[in-house]
Design a protein. Structure first.
Length: 235
């Protein structure tokens, strides 16, 4: 396997190969070809482990082709959302109103650390400027950063050097992609950033009129009812 200096590796020496976020690693738009080439170079005795909170049937079918006679552990869909994460919807139809509601939250509660997902990189940059102006210790995780810079941002957040991490789902892309790309699987990965290792977490969804269908899809997909508006929508 290619590498430089001390990072050269003989795949035939591996006893275990792990793919985390395997649904992304095995998508055509992800690292499918790279994953396939690595697997082809592994010894037959190497154990393959694939982990992800979400899979579609196409990815599962492909996984079964590279892992003969696999042992599968699958969680029922209605058990995917963790009970220790409280999920609420907060009605705010515009970006400015969302920021007003966010300001109210920080003015009313003690928030230790938070990750805020924005629909686009433009909105994420705008929010960073607004929160920094208002005195919050904020850091932005953006696709414009290289790998080392991203690692440094995440490490600073882990060390609590910053209280708020602002990012998007599409930080690796160079496009300002609209909110419409969010789906049920994306939502699950977002809220999964809180409530780690059994701890309690809170996921607040800032929702506008255009989000009603998406919220209904999420509820139907996971068989849950999360509708609790801190600021009720207009009749």
């Amino acid at each position: 396997m290619r590498g430089t200096g001390p990072y050269r590796l003989d795949p035939q020496s591996l006893q275990m190969f792990v793919l985390d976020e395997a649904d992304i690693m095995m998508e055509e738009s992800g690292f499918l070809n790279t994953s396939r080439r690595i697997v082809q170079k592994l010894p037959k005795t190497c154990q393959l482990l694939l982990f992800s909170a979400t899979y579609d049937e196409e990815v599962i079918d492909f996984a079964r082709t590279i892992i003969p006679d696999p042992v599968e552990f699958r969680v029922r869909r209605n058990q995917l959302t963790l009970t220790n994460i409280k999920q609420v919807y907060l009605f705010a139809p515009t970006t400015e109103e969302k920021y007003d509601r966010l300001t109210e939250i920080y003015g009313s509660f003690h928030v230790g650390q938070a990750i805020i997902f924005c629909a686009t990189r433009r909105e994420a940059s705008w929010l960073q400027r607004q929160m920094t102006r208002d005195g919050h210790k904020v850091v932005l995780l953006s696709g414009e950063l290289d790998v080392r810079q991203r690692e440094a941002v995440i490490e600073d957040f882990r060390k609590a050097n910053f209280r708020v991490l602002i990012t998007t789902n599409l930080c690796s892309r160079g496009l300002d992609v609209p909110q419409g790309r969010v789906d049920c699987e994306t939502y699950l990965h977002r809220i999964g950033r809180s409530g780690r290792f059994g701890k309690g977490g809170l996921a607040i969804n800032f929702a506008g009129p255009d989000d009603e269908n998406l919220l209904q899809q999420i509820e139907n997909h996971f068989g849950k009812n999360y509708k609790f508006f801190l600021h009720p929508p207009p009749p």
